[in-house]
Design a binder for this molecule. Structure first.
Ligand SMILES: [Zn+2]
Length: 123
């Protein structure tokens, strides 16, 4: 699949991976990269932030190197993980991404009014 080529284009640039592309760490890092690649930008940022937090000290720098995301991006993700308000921010909604309200197309049926109502409101 063409998409898969793009997803695996990025390779981890950390010293461990450069030294041993087939090593255990390289495998872990490649898995992280592959997983981040299927996420959208927002989730990728937050997943990277989550991983950075797991790493503890120096985690941001390390995950930045693995993921190719900037440290600022990961810091932003960390803020979003720790600030509930950021999670529900309207800014993360994509235009047109909302659901169409079904009520809009379905006229209210009143008792005893079914037949003529349906004829009047076709289409
Ligand atoms: Zn690596």
């Amino acid at each position: 699949m063409e998409q898969d080529r793009n997803r695996t284009a990025h390779r981890c640039q950390c010293p461990d991976c450069k030294q041993d592309r087939g090593g255990r760490l390289a495998g872990q890092h490649a898995a992280i990269i592959a997983f981040l690649a299927i996420l959208n930008e927002r989730d990728r940022r937050r997943m990277a932030a989550f991983l950075a937090r797991q790493e503890g000290r120096g985690g941001i720098a390390q995950i930045a190197r693995i993921s190719g995301l900037s440290r600022n991006t990961i810091r932003r993700g960390l803020r979003e993980l720790t600030t509930p308000d950021a999670l529900s921010s309207p800014r993360i909604r994509r235009p047109g991404g909302g659901r169409t309200r079904s009520e809009k197309k379905i006229p209210t049926l009143r008792a005893g009014d079914g037949g003529s109502f349906a004829r009047h409101h076709r289409g």
